[in-house]
Write a protein that binds this ligand. Structure first.
Ligand SMILES: Nc1ncnc2c1ncn2[C@@H]1O[C@H](COP(=O)(O)OP(=O)(O)OP(=O)(O)O)[C@@H](O)[C@H]1O
Length: 869
């Protein structure tokens, strides 16, 4: 970007171009409509100091004068700040202009066809206003990206939220395209190129290609961008935060406000060099809720000017307990708020697709991307918040190292993290330069006051709901004040128990709540152990303690034999889970531990009660139950979709959903088998023998299982799991026939993953593209699609499409006449022709890797020999 530097007396000179990592000084930018090309001052005129008589100088003078009044030294005007003879510079400018307008300190609009002289002395603005409303500035293509003022909504019909600075990525593509409808540009392609910034995409301008082709290229880029954002998305982080707050019965402002006045916190907030704040404290001291409060405050105070991204690690949920998950969510939130940042992901994502975020190399790729995002010179001031580092089970050291490294590399990023008092976290964070450590134990007075207000609030609610008399209320207050030891969680658990108890004799019953968390948990476990339902609870608790993410009530019925047949009756399951006392809680039909510390307690302190035969047995039970229920229920086309080409996006979850109770089993059975097998002395070798449970399941159900994995949107996990299964059969010397079927299933899923992921029933079409000697193809011969047999060596082709690169995405429009690929759009002719279609030609003698099926039943293979039939 080049700027015009004004000397304050009406003179200006062009600066050298700023490189992309140089800081750009504050500048004003001009929005105007172009006059005749000869009248505008161009780059050459400024370099050679020629043609000072051009009418276009008036605009420069206007802009420089206004900038002087606004105290700005630099201005940017498109007529003269771009060297249009330099193709690379022109292309870069076209692709960056939207951002340059967004980043400007001021934007001046020069309306050459509206005169202030038309304002009447008596203040009547009607003539001026009608000239204003009729100005051609509102009808030109390029000025679309420069619109700012709210009243412009009436004239342009552009949604007011967009004009008020709402994130453009939140508006539908069709809405944004419609804003251009009544606008003109001198060159037709500009009608498309002027959209690049509005969609946050880049294409090289190619004047002469025509609007149609430019639009196809734009649409293709938009599709890729949307796909990249979709692939990055896992769950909505805002919703995750709300869920956490609700699971913990809502956030109480009085109990976190102290932090805003805390000297360490203020130092972190106010000093630019203090980039890293680490809040540490023992279990249940209120760190998570404190961070929820801080996030609320930051989002109020910095909403417009900065970015805010956060992540709550939860050890109990394998989807959100790894370093990769942390980076993926943070990046998703940053990109959602500043879409231009997606450029750091696009190149890698275009090559690799969703696997970029999920395969074995995901950490390497994501950490590189993250490091370049935080060093992007256009990155706004950014706050990154991570709660519960201690609950990041996978790759915590790598995450800590990255935080330390990036915090010293970027001055625009400020971090807040929380964790328990773990020495290994302390040791790693010690390496960060300007960090602030805020210990809750060292701020005992503030925490104690916060806990007291929490107690007051909870007890007044209890007194109201349970109609306590004054004496009971005061006794409860006293017991909580005396025994809480500044631990929110202890108070929360006691109050939760009191809610379930009748008010009579409460004062005596208070004795059952001993001080300290562990004593309280111990009391809860002892009560379960001596209850009438102890056996049932002792089958449910180990299951809930070893699952890799919280399961639903229906999923639990698949994992615990005693709950067989109750999948349709969640209320009964709820009653049974309630027997497990105060250790578990149910929210939206999903079972959680009341707190991570409850699970920790169970796993560490009660092994002999909950896992008398070892934890591996709990894994074995889940594995074998899963295989049993899947063997009974899985079948071809379980959702009764019919058409093999039905794409994942078109599939609506049926009601009732036959996979409701099976989802967890489908995704995690292999992980449980693996964890069971980790104890050599306990492992029963027959599990992996010919005719054993795994062998039989794979022979009879492998394809139906893959179909269901795709319906559960978990193909990437399926790939990883089958890899684990292969490794296990090798380690444990399974019989060779079992190894063969498992290895072939692995090849099958690797080879056809993309196709099965986009259309689950393509798993059956994929048989046609597997070698005839494939074990899976042989086993499932009867499942091959009938009447659509395709033979690459002998078929007549309607059309042959050769592509230059691997195609990751392929889909037909609803008519079946157009095929959209990431290599371009192909029309699917119904007449026989030997002419190759529009994608660039390159034939490679390798095999096809995937397939897609048109609505009309035409097959296509993609990747290399791309054949339409
Ligand atoms: N500001 C608050 N408003 C409402 N409830 C709170 C607040 N602070 C703490 N609590 C209650 O205390 C419980 C424990 O707090 P929290 O989960 O934040 O502790 P923690 O320090 O993060 O614990 P751990 O390190 O074990 O994860 C919460 O479940 C909630 O019920």
């Amino acid at each position: 970007m080049r700027l015009l530097q004004c000397d304050g007396t009406g003179g200006c000179r062009l600066t050298e171009a700023f490189s992309s990592n140089e800081a750009i000084p504050p500048y004003a930018i001009l929005s105007h409509t172009w006059g005749a090309e000869v009248d505008e001052v161009n780059f050459d005129d400024l370099i050679k100091h020629t043609r000072a008589d051009k009418p276009g100088y008036e605009k420069i003078r206007f802009c420089a004068e206004q900038a002087r009044r606004d105290g700005l030294e630099y201005i940017w005007i498109d007529t003269c700040c771009i060297n249009k003879d330099n193709k690379a510079e022109l292309s870069k400018a076209i692709n960056s202009m939207f951002r340059w307008y967004g980043d400007a300190a001021r934007c001046y609009v020069y309306l050459s066809d509206v005169s202030t002289a038309e304002r009447k002395a008596n203040g009547d603005t009607s003539e001026w206003e009608s000239a204003f409303r009729g100005s051609k500035w509102f009808t030109r293509g390029w000025t679309l990206q420069e619109l700012l003022a709210p009243r412009i909504h009436e004239i342009t019909a552009i949604l007011e939220a967009a004009l008020r600075g709402g994130l453009l990525s939140r508006f539908r593509v069709s809405d944004r395209l419609s804003w251009m409808e009544h606008r003109q540009t001198t060159r037709e392609e500009d009608k498309v190129y002027s959209f690049l910034g509005i969609f946050g995409v880049h294409i090289a301008p190619f004047y002469g290609e025509g609007m149609g082709k430019a639009l196809i290229r734009l649409q293709d880029e938009i599709n890729k961008l949307e796909q990249c954002t979709r692939d990055l998305h896992v769950t909505d982080p805002q919703r995750d935060k709300t869920r956490i707050e609700e699971t913990k019965s809502g956030l109480l402002e009085d109990s976190y406000h102290w932090i805003l006045e805390n000297p360490d916190f203020r130092r972190w907030q106010e000093e630019p060099q203090s980039r890293l704040l680490w809040i540490k404290g023992d279990p249940g001291k209120g760190k998570t809720m404190l961070l929820c409060g801080i996030i609320n405050e930051l989002s109020k105070s910095t909403a417009e000017t900065s970015l805010l991204a956060y992540f709550f690690c939860q050890a109990t949920d394998s989807r959100i307990n790894s370093a990769t998950a942390v980076l993926r969510r943070l990046l998703f939130m940053l990109v959602s708020q500043q879409p231009s940042l997606i450029s750091h992901l696009r190149e890698k994502h275009d090559q690799t697709g969703k696997a970029l975020f999920e395969d074995a190399n995901a950490w390497v790729a994501l950490s590189d991307i993250f490091a370049s995002v935080v060093q992007d010179p256009s990155l706004k001031v950014t706050y990154l918040v991570i709660d519960a580092l201690d609950e990041c089970v996978t790759d915590l050291p790598k995450l800590l190292d990255l935080i330390v490294q990036t915090s010293s590399a970027s001055s625009r990023v400020k971090w807040i993290m929380s964790s328990r008092n773990w020495p290994d976290i302390e040791e790693r964070l010690e390496r960060a330069g300007d960090k602030i450590r805020l210990s809750l134990e060292l701020n005992a007075d503030s925490v104690s006051a916060a806990v007291r207000s929490y107690i007051k609030h909870k007890v007044s609610r209890l007194a109201q709901d349970k109609r306590y008399d004054d004496q009971t209320r005061d006794a409860v207050l006293r017991h909580l004040y005396t025994n809480a030891n500044d631990t929110f969680l202890w108070v929360a658990l006691v109050c939760q128990n009191l809610e379930k108890m009748s008010r009579f004799n409460i004062i005596k019953k208070l004795e059952v709540f001993p001080p300290r968390l562990n004593s309280l948990y111990n009391r809860m476990v002892q009560r379960i152990n001596t209850s009438d339902d102890a056996d049932l609870c002792k089958r449910i608790l180990p299951t809930v303690a070893v699952v890799y993410l919280p399961v639903t009530l229906q999923e639990l019925t698949s994992l615990v034999e005693d709950l067989d047949g109750l999948a349709e009756n969640p209320d009964s399951v709820r009653e049974i889970v309630d027997l497990c006392g105060s250790l578990l809680t149910i929210r939206d039909g999903t079972i959680y531990f009341v707190h991570q510390s409850a699970k920790d307690f169970l796993l560490k302190e009660t092994i002999d009660i909950i896992f008398p035969s070892g934890r591996e047995v709990a894994h074995y039970t889940i594995f074998s139950r899963s295989l049993l229920v899947m063997s009974n229920a899985l079948r071809r086309d379980i959702y009764e979709l019919g058409a093999l080409g039905c794409s994942t996006e078109q599939i609506a979850q049926p009601k009732p959903d036959p996979l409701t109770a099976l989802r967890y089993s489908c995704i995690y059975w292999i992980d449980h088998l693996y964890d069971y097998a980790s104890n050599h002395s306990m492992f029963d070798v027959s599990v992996l023998q010919s005719g054993g449970v795994v062998d039989s399941f794979m022979r009879k159900k492998a394809l139906y299982w893959l179909e269901s994995v795709s319906l559960c949107k978990s193909m990437s996990k399926g790939v990883v799991s089958t890899g684990k299964l292969v490794a296990l059969t090798e380690e444990r010397a399974a019989t060779s026939s079992t190894m063969e079927v498992v290895q072939d299933a692995r090849r099958f899923i690797m080879y056809h993953k993309a196709a099965i992921e986009s259309s689950p029933l393509q798993v059956y079409g994929a048989l046609l593209f597997s070698p005839t000697r494939s074990v899976i193809r042989t086993l499932f011969k009867n499942e091959e699609p009938q009447g659509m047999v395709w033979d690459a060596r002998s078929s007549e082709y309607l059309q042959t499409v050769n592509v230059e690169k691997v195609l990751h995405r392929i889909s037909f429009d609803s008519s079946g006449n157009y095929l959209y690929t990431d290599g371009g759009v192909v029309s699917v002719s119904t007449q026989s022709t030997t002419t190759p279609a529009t994608i660039n030609a390159e034939t490679r003698p390798v095999q096809h890797r995937g397939i897609a099926l048109a609505a009309a039943g035409t097959w296509i293979t993609y990747n290399s020999q791309n054949l339409l039939r």
